[in-house]
Structure formats: structure tokens, C-alpha cells
Design a binder for this molecule. Sequence first.
Ligand code: PMP
Length: 398
Amino acid sequence: MTLFSSVELAPRDPILGLNEAFGADTRADKVNLGVGVYYDANGHVPLLRAVREAEKARVEAMLPRGYLPIDGIALYDQAVQRLLFGASSPLLADRRVVTAQALGGTGALKVGADFLRHLNPNAPVAISDPSWENHRALFEAAGFKVVNYPYYNAPTHGVDVDGMIAGLEALPKGAVVVLHACCHNPTGVDLGAGDWKRVIDTVRKHALVPFLDIAYQGFGDGIDADAVAVRLFADSGLPFFVASSFSKSFSLYGERVGALSIVTASHDEAVRVQSQIKRVIRTNYSNPPTHGAAVVSAVLNHAELRATWEVELGEMRDRIREMRRGLVQRLAAHGAKGDYGFIEAQRGMFSYSGLSAAQVERLRTEFGIYAVGTGRICVAALNDGNLDRVAEAIAQVS
Ligand code: PMP
């Protein structure tokens, strides 16, 4: 017997496992559509011009490396609030929003989960069926029971809004509902403004606790358009949580830049909530790292850099749209069975392609094209160099 002799091997992350298999594949024309990052037209993770300029200025300033405040850079937190709620939001004027810099969107979710656990330890957490695979694991690790609410409707390639509302209505009072604010991962299908209003009515009627996850703001229709759910919740007067991430929108994956925002009923409440959020952070990792948030803050708070970033974000969004259109066209040209037009209507980086696990397996073994077993493909991994090959392969397995 040793201390660790009874430790079992934890299951491998399915997507990371896919990446390892892709790395080991020796075929020169292999394509990895299983990734969760944005690739540019050359198949690389971009370093944005706005980021490069802000970083250059930071390096040249040669600043000392003291600790940040527990809730991060104040100018960063304020810039996050303006992106989410709009600069003229009465919530901000009333100082009812608490925002803390966090370690990416994941860190924001975890800090929020730890605080919620302290607030209401017995509440279940409801996530969409399907959802980003870490939602369940993260909330379970924080001590919650996690359940699903209906979301994706495979036959229509859309959202089962009625099923979703019925699922939410069946939850007990106080249940936490995790909602993808835009660019749903993994399906690519979002709620419309009218659907959001129904969700908000249900949340109000059943006293649910909304936790919005916005990891792709700007990848759907634009910065403000993609914040529609956040803005509608803000207008509702209800309290809610928002986890935001800049991993994709600034292409700063490894810098871990995100934020947790909590909308409260009054400034007095916000002060108390903030003190508890700081306690959660202090006892987890004390305070966040500087570099990534300083870069994002510099870009968001500097008119010229901000304009550059908005152009670059628009370029990423447009390229994804172009790839969606290109894939649909080429699938038709290669005689793929079925109508793939729905891929063009989806938003964000991902697409539930409708491919079965068996078809995904054939794509991998016969063509060296890697996708997630659920049929999720990353549209942002397509480019003019691989689009035709991918479409031809999908047509062959269709
Ligand atoms: N939420 C969703 C829906 C995501 O897709 C992701 C990233 N794939 C995250 C949160 C986490 O983002 P981050 O890398 O910033 O932790």
C-alpha cells in the first residue's frame, strides 16, 4: 500500500483525447474540426493587432509586478460592465453590478458556483441538453446536483423552445439555470429575442436563478447584438449572474481573461455580494494575474485600439460566416444527401452538423478528418485550403 495506490485513473477529456489522436495521425491532409478555438484563414490561432500593440506598450513601460486587487483591475472590470450592459445602463449608474476579473470564463463560472453554493447549497443546477461539457463537471465539482433542461431539437436543427420552457417550469424554486447568452456551444443554435422574453418570464414566475455564460460575444452578430440576452435580463429587474470570457474574442486563450458579474437589487446589496465574491477568490487563488486583463483593459479603454479590435472581431465573425456559406455550397456541389442549409443559420464557432457517431468515425478513419463524436464541428477550423476536402468527405459518408 502506498498513499496513492487506490487512486483511479480519471476519465480523459474527450476533446483533448481527440487532439492527441489528431497529433499522432501522419496523414498530411488531415483536418481537425474538433478544436474549440478560432483559427484564421491560414489555420493558425491569431495574435490580434490590437493585442500586439497593447502588449508592446506594456512591455516598453516595464512596470513592477505587484499584486492586483482581489477582484482584479478596476478599469478592466468597468470596461467589462460596459460591454455587457451598455455604457448607459442604469444598472451601472445605480452601482448595482458587482464585477470581478476571473481566470477566463471557466474561472468566472467557478467563482460564481462557489458563491451560489454558499447562498443556496441545495439548489439544483440546470444546464442545456446538450451543453459545453465542462458545465456539468464544474457545477458538480462545486457540490451541486446538475440536471438538464431540453434545448436542441435535432429534427428541426433548432431550439425546442416549448420543451425548454416546460423544463424550466418543472425546476424547484431557487434552481440555478445556466444559459448560453449567444453562440451556443456545442450546437450553434440560439434563442431569439422573443424566446428570451419567455425564458425571463419563466425565471421570474418560478424564482429561478439565471447564470448567463457569454464566451463568444461578438462572434454571432456583433458586440451589442450578441448581448441581447444580457440586456433583456438587465431590463427585467431580476438578479442574475454573468460569466464572460475574452479567450475567443481577443484570441487570448492562455492568458485566462474573463470576469464574473452579478446584478443585484441595490448598491447596498452589491457591496455585500462583492465582499463575499472577494472571499471566494481570496481563498482560492488570492488574486488574479495581471497581463491578459491589462491588455484587454488597454484595448477597451483606448479609442484607437478599441476600433482596431472591433474591426478584427468583425473579420473573425465574417470569416466564420463565409466558411458556413462555403461549406453549405460545397456540400451541395459534392452531392451530399440532405439539406445542410441549417449550418448557415447557426451562429458562432460551432455547428451541430447532424453527422452521426458512425459518420464521424468514418470521417476520421477514411479521410483523416476529426470531429467530436456528437457531430460537433468547429467551423472556425475550416479555411479555403481544406473546405473542399471536408465537404467532399462529408458528402461521401452522408
Ligand atoms: N463557456 C462556454 C460555453 C465555452 O464554450 C467556453 C470555452 N470553450 C467557456 C465557457 C470557457 O472559456 P475560457 O476558456 O475563457 O475559460
